[in-house]
Write a protein that binds this ligand. Structure first.
Ligand SMILES: Cc1cc2nc3c(=O)[nH]c(=O)nc-3n(C[C@H](O)[C@H](O)[C@H](O)COP(=O)(O)O)c2cc1C
Length: 324
Protein backbone atom coordinates (compact mmCIF):
# COMPACT_ATOMS: atom_id res chain seq x y z
CA UNK A 1 0.00 0.00 0.00
CA UNK A 2 1.03 3.59 -0.47
CA UNK A 3 2.78 4.95 2.57
CA UNK A 4 1.06 7.66 4.59
CA UNK A 5 3.76 10.06 3.42
CA UNK A 6 3.00 9.25 -0.25
CA UNK A 7 -0.68 9.79 0.40
CA UNK A 8 0.05 13.09 2.07
CA UNK A 9 2.69 14.66 -0.18
CA UNK A 10 2.38 12.58 -3.38
CA UNK A 11 4.34 9.60 -4.68
CA UNK A 12 7.08 11.68 -6.34
CA UNK A 13 8.00 13.59 -3.21
CA UNK A 14 7.81 10.48 -1.05
CA UNK A 15 10.25 8.63 -3.35
CA UNK A 16 12.59 11.65 -3.55
CA UNK A 17 12.59 11.97 0.17
CA UNK A 18 13.39 8.26 0.72
CA UNK A 19 16.23 8.39 -1.83
CA UNK A 20 17.87 11.47 -0.35
CA UNK A 21 17.54 10.21 3.23
CA UNK A 22 19.16 6.87 2.25
CA UNK A 23 21.84 8.87 0.40
CA UNK A 24 22.89 10.45 3.70
CA UNK A 25 23.91 6.91 4.77
CA UNK A 26 25.78 6.32 1.53
CA UNK A 27 23.08 4.26 -0.18
CA UNK A 28 22.23 4.77 -3.83
CA UNK A 29 18.79 3.84 -5.24
CA UNK A 30 18.81 0.12 -6.18
CA UNK A 31 17.03 0.98 -9.44
CA UNK A 32 18.61 3.88 -11.35
CA UNK A 33 16.39 6.90 -11.92
CA UNK A 34 17.99 8.48 -15.02
CA UNK A 35 16.22 6.88 -18.02
CA UNK A 36 19.45 5.98 -19.89
CA UNK A 37 20.99 4.47 -16.74
CA UNK A 38 17.77 2.53 -16.12
CA UNK A 39 17.87 1.10 -19.66
CA UNK A 40 21.56 0.20 -19.29
CA UNK A 41 20.91 -1.54 -15.95
CA UNK A 42 17.98 -3.47 -17.47
CA UNK A 43 20.16 -4.55 -20.35
CA UNK A 44 22.83 -5.85 -17.97
CA UNK A 45 20.25 -7.88 -16.04
CA UNK A 46 18.31 -9.28 -18.99
CA UNK A 47 19.14 -12.10 -21.37
CA UNK A 48 20.34 -11.00 -24.83
CA UNK A 49 17.14 -12.41 -26.36
CA UNK A 50 14.88 -10.76 -23.78
CA UNK A 51 16.60 -7.41 -24.30
CA UNK A 52 16.33 -7.69 -28.09
CA UNK A 53 12.60 -8.38 -27.83
CA UNK A 54 11.88 -5.55 -25.41
CA UNK A 55 14.21 -2.89 -26.86
CA UNK A 56 13.98 -3.75 -30.55
CA UNK A 57 11.70 -2.48 -33.27
CA UNK A 58 10.92 -3.20 -36.89
CA UNK A 59 13.27 -2.57 -39.79
CA UNK A 60 16.00 -0.04 -39.09
CA UNK A 61 13.96 1.17 -36.07
CA UNK A 62 13.45 4.57 -37.70
CA UNK A 63 9.76 4.63 -36.73
CA UNK A 64 10.71 3.95 -33.13
CA UNK A 65 13.18 6.86 -33.22
CA UNK A 66 10.60 9.12 -34.90
CA UNK A 67 8.02 8.23 -32.22
CA UNK A 68 10.50 9.07 -29.45
CA UNK A 69 11.37 12.36 -31.20
CA UNK A 70 7.67 13.24 -31.55
CA UNK A 71 7.09 12.50 -27.87
CA UNK A 72 10.09 14.64 -26.91
CA UNK A 73 8.45 17.61 -28.64
CA UNK A 74 5.67 17.66 -26.00
CA UNK A 75 6.24 20.20 -23.30
CA UNK A 76 4.69 20.79 -19.91
CA UNK A 77 3.49 24.37 -19.74
CA UNK A 78 4.23 25.82 -16.30
CA UNK A 79 1.72 28.16 -14.76
CA UNK A 80 3.17 30.50 -12.15
CA UNK A 81 1.62 32.24 -9.19
CA UNK A 82 -1.07 29.63 -8.62
CA UNK A 83 -1.75 27.72 -5.43
CA UNK A 84 0.18 24.44 -5.62
CA UNK A 85 -0.34 23.54 -1.96
CA UNK A 86 -2.64 20.75 -3.07
CA UNK A 87 -1.74 19.24 -6.42
CA UNK A 88 -4.35 17.06 -8.02
CA UNK A 89 -3.79 14.98 -11.16
CA UNK A 90 -7.01 13.03 -10.83
CA UNK A 91 -9.33 12.61 -13.77
CA UNK A 92 -12.37 10.62 -14.83
CA UNK A 93 -12.26 8.04 -17.60
CA UNK A 94 -15.15 5.80 -18.68
CA UNK A 95 -17.01 6.93 -15.59
CA UNK A 96 -14.21 5.96 -13.26
CA UNK A 97 -12.19 8.34 -11.12
CA UNK A 98 -8.43 7.83 -11.61
CA UNK A 99 -5.64 9.33 -9.48
CA UNK A 100 -3.73 10.41 -12.61
CA UNK A 101 -4.27 10.38 -16.39
CA UNK A 102 -1.95 7.41 -16.74
CA UNK A 103 -2.62 3.86 -17.95
CA UNK A 104 -0.18 0.96 -17.94
CA UNK A 105 0.11 -0.09 -21.59
CA UNK A 106 -0.23 -3.77 -22.46
CA UNK A 107 3.18 -5.44 -22.50
CA UNK A 108 3.36 -9.03 -23.70
CA UNK A 109 5.84 -11.65 -22.48
CA UNK A 110 6.64 -9.45 -19.49
CA UNK A 111 8.35 -12.49 -17.96
CA UNK A 112 11.38 -11.55 -20.07
CA UNK A 113 11.94 -8.64 -17.68
CA UNK A 114 12.19 -10.73 -14.52
CA UNK A 115 14.79 -13.18 -13.29
CA UNK A 116 14.13 -16.24 -11.19
CA UNK A 117 10.79 -17.52 -9.97
CA UNK A 118 9.08 -14.10 -9.64
CA UNK A 119 6.14 -13.64 -11.99
CA UNK A 120 6.01 -10.29 -13.70
CA UNK A 121 2.29 -9.62 -14.05
CA UNK A 122 1.41 -10.13 -10.37
CA UNK A 123 4.22 -7.71 -9.44
CA UNK A 124 2.93 -5.17 -11.93
CA UNK A 125 -0.66 -5.71 -10.76
CA UNK A 126 0.34 -5.14 -7.13
CA UNK A 127 2.10 -1.87 -8.01
CA UNK A 128 -0.83 -0.67 -10.14
CA UNK A 129 -3.33 -1.60 -7.44
CA UNK A 130 -1.39 0.34 -4.80
CA UNK A 131 -1.26 3.39 -7.06
CA UNK A 132 -4.86 2.97 -8.30
CA UNK A 133 -3.75 3.14 -11.95
CA UNK A 134 -5.47 1.01 -14.61
CA UNK A 135 -3.62 -1.95 -16.10
CA UNK A 136 -4.23 -3.04 -19.67
CA UNK A 137 -3.94 -6.80 -19.42
CA UNK A 138 -2.19 -8.09 -22.52
CA UNK A 139 -3.43 -10.90 -24.76
CA UNK A 140 0.23 -11.98 -24.75
CA UNK A 141 0.65 -12.00 -20.99
CA UNK A 142 2.67 -14.64 -19.19
CA UNK A 143 -0.04 -15.00 -16.54
CA UNK A 144 -3.72 -15.89 -17.09
CA UNK A 145 -5.92 -12.80 -16.84
CA UNK A 146 -7.95 -14.33 -13.96
CA UNK A 147 -4.80 -14.49 -11.78
CA UNK A 148 -3.91 -10.89 -12.58
CA UNK A 149 -7.51 -9.84 -11.90
CA UNK A 150 -7.38 -11.50 -8.47
CA UNK A 151 -4.21 -9.59 -7.59
CA UNK A 152 -5.76 -6.36 -8.83
CA UNK A 153 -8.68 -6.60 -6.40
CA UNK A 154 -10.91 -3.58 -7.05
CA UNK A 155 -8.29 -1.70 -9.09
CA UNK A 156 -9.32 -0.80 -12.65
CA UNK A 157 -8.25 -2.97 -15.58
CA UNK A 158 -8.86 -3.12 -19.31
CA UNK A 159 -8.18 -6.04 -21.60
CA UNK A 160 -6.05 -5.72 -24.75
CA UNK A 161 -7.22 -8.03 -27.50
CA UNK A 162 -5.32 -9.32 -30.49
CA UNK A 163 -8.10 -10.31 -32.84
CA UNK A 164 -7.37 -13.74 -34.28
CA UNK A 165 -8.80 -15.85 -37.03
CA UNK A 166 -10.60 -18.10 -34.58
CA UNK A 167 -13.85 -16.50 -33.48
CA UNK A 168 -14.32 -19.04 -30.68
CA UNK A 169 -11.00 -17.98 -29.14
CA UNK A 170 -11.82 -14.26 -29.51
CA UNK A 171 -15.28 -14.76 -27.98
CA UNK A 172 -13.82 -16.75 -25.12
CA UNK A 173 -11.16 -14.07 -24.44
CA UNK A 174 -13.82 -11.35 -24.38
CA UNK A 175 -16.08 -13.35 -22.05
CA UNK A 176 -13.16 -14.05 -19.70
CA UNK A 177 -12.14 -10.37 -19.78
CA UNK A 178 -15.65 -9.36 -18.84
CA UNK A 179 -15.77 -11.92 -16.03
CA UNK A 180 -12.37 -10.60 -14.88
CA UNK A 181 -13.85 -7.13 -14.45
CA UNK A 182 -12.32 -5.41 -17.50
CA UNK A 183 -13.84 -1.96 -17.98
CA UNK A 184 -12.95 -1.73 -21.68
CA UNK A 185 -11.50 -3.69 -24.55
CA UNK A 186 -8.40 -2.29 -26.23
CA UNK A 187 -8.23 -3.77 -29.71
CA UNK A 188 -4.73 -3.68 -31.19
CA UNK A 189 -5.01 -3.18 -34.91
CA UNK A 190 -1.43 -2.94 -36.11
CA UNK A 191 -0.26 -6.51 -35.62
CA UNK A 192 -1.82 -8.56 -38.41
CA UNK A 193 1.51 -10.31 -38.82
CA UNK A 194 4.66 -10.19 -36.73
CA UNK A 195 6.81 -7.16 -37.41
CA UNK A 196 10.08 -7.67 -39.33
CA UNK A 197 12.32 -7.23 -36.32
CA UNK A 198 16.00 -7.69 -37.21
CA UNK A 199 17.26 -8.00 -33.62
CA UNK A 200 14.91 -10.94 -32.95
CA UNK A 201 15.56 -12.47 -36.36
CA UNK A 202 19.33 -12.34 -35.90
CA UNK A 203 18.97 -14.23 -32.61
CA UNK A 204 16.33 -16.59 -34.05
CA UNK A 205 14.21 -15.68 -31.05
CA UNK A 206 10.46 -15.28 -30.61
CA UNK A 207 9.17 -15.74 -27.04
CA UNK A 208 5.89 -17.32 -28.17
CA UNK A 209 7.73 -20.02 -30.14
CA UNK A 210 9.08 -21.21 -26.77
CA UNK A 211 5.76 -21.01 -24.98
CA UNK A 212 6.52 -17.65 -23.32
CA UNK A 213 3.77 -15.01 -23.32
CA UNK A 214 0.96 -17.34 -24.36
CA UNK A 215 -0.66 -17.90 -20.95
CA UNK A 216 -3.99 -16.34 -22.00
CA UNK A 217 -4.16 -18.98 -24.73
CA UNK A 218 -2.99 -22.04 -22.81
CA UNK A 219 -5.48 -21.17 -20.05
CA UNK A 220 -8.34 -20.74 -22.52
CA UNK A 221 -10.91 -23.53 -23.02
CA UNK A 222 -11.59 -22.64 -26.68
CA UNK A 223 -7.87 -22.53 -27.48
CA UNK A 224 -7.27 -25.76 -25.58
CA UNK A 225 -9.83 -27.51 -27.81
CA UNK A 226 -7.77 -26.45 -30.86
CA UNK A 227 -4.59 -27.69 -29.15
CA UNK A 228 -6.07 -31.07 -28.29
CA UNK A 229 -7.32 -31.46 -31.88
CA UNK A 230 -3.86 -30.56 -33.17
CA UNK A 231 -2.22 -33.12 -30.90
CA UNK A 232 -4.54 -35.65 -32.61
CA UNK A 233 -3.31 -34.38 -36.00
CA UNK A 234 -6.30 -32.16 -36.82
CA UNK A 235 -6.35 -28.50 -37.84
CA UNK A 236 -9.18 -26.20 -36.62
CA UNK A 237 -10.98 -26.56 -39.98
CA UNK A 238 -10.95 -30.36 -39.59
CA UNK A 239 -8.15 -30.89 -42.13
CA UNK A 240 -5.04 -32.89 -41.33
CA UNK A 241 -1.90 -31.20 -39.97
CA UNK A 242 0.54 -31.29 -42.91
CA UNK A 243 3.58 -33.55 -42.43
CA UNK A 244 6.49 -31.51 -41.10
CA UNK A 245 9.25 -33.42 -42.91
CA UNK A 246 12.19 -35.16 -41.27
CA UNK A 247 12.72 -34.06 -37.67
CA UNK A 248 15.86 -31.91 -37.24
CA UNK A 249 18.64 -33.33 -35.08
CA UNK A 250 18.01 -32.52 -31.40
CA UNK A 251 20.29 -29.82 -30.01
CA UNK A 252 20.89 -28.54 -26.45
CA UNK A 253 18.94 -25.40 -27.42
CA UNK A 254 15.98 -27.55 -28.52
CA UNK A 255 16.01 -29.32 -25.16
CA UNK A 256 16.06 -25.96 -23.35
CA UNK A 257 13.17 -24.72 -25.50
CA UNK A 258 11.12 -27.85 -24.75
CA UNK A 259 11.79 -27.36 -21.05
CA UNK A 260 10.67 -23.72 -21.28
CA UNK A 261 7.46 -24.81 -23.07
CA UNK A 262 6.78 -27.55 -20.49
CA UNK A 263 7.29 -25.14 -17.59
CA UNK A 264 4.95 -22.54 -19.07
CA UNK A 265 2.16 -24.98 -19.94
CA UNK A 266 -0.45 -25.53 -17.19
CA UNK A 267 0.18 -28.64 -15.07
CA UNK A 268 3.26 -30.36 -13.67
CA UNK A 269 6.43 -29.87 -15.75
CA UNK A 270 7.37 -33.58 -15.65
CA UNK A 271 4.00 -34.59 -17.11
CA UNK A 272 4.17 -31.78 -19.67
CA UNK A 273 7.58 -32.99 -20.84
CA UNK A 274 5.98 -36.32 -21.82
CA UNK A 275 2.84 -34.71 -23.29
CA UNK A 276 2.44 -33.51 -26.91
CA UNK A 277 0.23 -30.63 -25.71
CA UNK A 278 2.83 -27.92 -24.86
CA UNK A 279 4.36 -28.18 -28.32
CA UNK A 280 0.91 -28.38 -29.96
CA UNK A 281 -0.04 -25.21 -28.03
CA UNK A 282 2.92 -23.32 -29.50
CA UNK A 283 2.13 -24.58 -33.02
CA UNK A 284 -1.55 -23.68 -32.60
CA UNK A 285 -0.64 -20.24 -31.28
CA UNK A 286 1.64 -19.57 -34.24
CA UNK A 287 -1.32 -20.48 -36.50
CA UNK A 288 -3.71 -18.22 -34.60
CA UNK A 289 -1.19 -15.39 -34.72
CA UNK A 290 -1.09 -15.42 -38.50
CA UNK A 291 -4.11 -13.22 -38.92
CA UNK A 292 -5.24 -9.98 -37.40
CA UNK A 293 -8.55 -8.21 -37.11
CA UNK A 294 -10.66 -8.56 -40.24
CA UNK A 295 -11.73 -5.38 -42.05
CA UNK A 296 -14.89 -4.15 -40.35
CA UNK A 297 -16.98 -4.43 -43.52
CA UNK A 298 -16.25 -8.12 -44.07
CA UNK A 299 -16.98 -9.48 -40.60
CA UNK A 300 -19.85 -8.77 -38.30
CA UNK A 301 -19.02 -6.75 -35.19
CA UNK A 302 -19.26 -8.44 -31.80
CA UNK A 303 -22.89 -8.72 -30.68
CA UNK A 304 -23.94 -6.00 -28.23
CA UNK A 305 -23.83 -8.55 -25.36
CA UNK A 306 -20.05 -8.63 -25.80
CA UNK A 307 -19.67 -4.97 -25.10
CA UNK A 308 -18.19 -4.68 -21.67
CA UNK A 309 -20.48 -3.51 -18.89
CA UNK A 310 -19.99 0.16 -18.15
CA UNK A 311 -17.14 0.35 -20.64
CA UNK A 312 -16.45 0.79 -24.28
CA UNK A 313 -14.12 -0.28 -27.00
CA UNK A 314 -10.79 1.39 -27.43
CA UNK A 315 -9.22 1.18 -30.85
CA UNK A 316 -5.69 2.43 -31.40
CA UNK A 317 -5.88 4.58 -28.34
CA UNK A 318 -9.31 6.10 -29.05
CA UNK A 319 -12.13 5.12 -26.73
CA UNK A 320 -15.27 4.56 -28.76
CA UNK A 321 -18.87 4.23 -27.71
CA UNK A 322 -20.41 0.83 -27.36
CA UNK A 323 -21.15 -1.14 -30.50
CA UNK A 324 -17.95 -1.03 -32.53
C1 LIG B 1 8.13 -5.45 -25.01
C2 LIG B 1 6.84 -4.88 -25.52
C3 LIG B 1 5.72 -5.69 -25.52
C4 LIG B 1 4.49 -5.17 -25.97
N1 LIG B 1 3.40 -5.97 -25.93
C5 LIG B 1 2.21 -5.50 -26.36
C6 LIG B 1 1.05 -6.32 -26.29
O1 LIG B 1 1.10 -7.46 -25.82
N2 LIG B 1 -0.10 -5.81 -26.78
C7 LIG B 1 -0.19 -4.55 -27.30
O2 LIG B 1 -1.27 -4.15 -27.73
N3 LIG B 1 0.89 -3.74 -27.34
C8 LIG B 1 2.08 -4.20 -26.89
N4 LIG B 1 3.17 -3.37 -26.91
C9 LIG B 1 3.01 -1.98 -27.34
C10 LIG B 1 2.89 -1.06 -26.11
O3 LIG B 1 1.73 -1.37 -25.35
C11 LIG B 1 2.82 0.43 -26.51
O4 LIG B 1 1.66 0.69 -27.21
C12 LIG B 1 3.98 0.80 -27.39
O5 LIG B 1 5.18 0.33 -26.82
C13 LIG B 1 4.04 2.32 -27.60
O6 LIG B 1 4.37 2.95 -26.42
P1 LIG B 1 5.87 3.49 -26.17
O7 LIG B 1 6.13 4.46 -27.27
O8 LIG B 1 5.79 4.10 -24.81
O9 LIG B 1 6.77 2.29 -26.20
C14 LIG B 1 4.40 -3.85 -26.46
C15 LIG B 1 5.55 -3.04 -26.45
C16 LIG B 1 6.74 -3.54 -25.98
C17 LIG B 1 7.95 -2.65 -26.00
Amino acid sequence: MLSDLARHVGVGRAVQSAVFRAGVYGHRPPVPVAPAALAAAARRRMSATGWAYVAGGAGAERTMAANAAAFARHRIVPRQMVDVGRRDLSTTLLGRELPAPLLLAPIGALELAVRGPARAEPELARAARDLGLPVMISSQASTPMEDTARTLGDAPRWFQLYWSDHDAVVESFVARAEASGAGALVVTLDTHVLGWRPRDLDLGYLPFARGQGIAQYTSDPAFRRLVEARARGLLPDGGAVPPSGPAPRPTPAAVRSLLTMARRFPGPTAANLRSPLPRAAVETFLEVLRTGMPPSNTKKPPPPGQTLRGGGFCVSGRVLDEGL
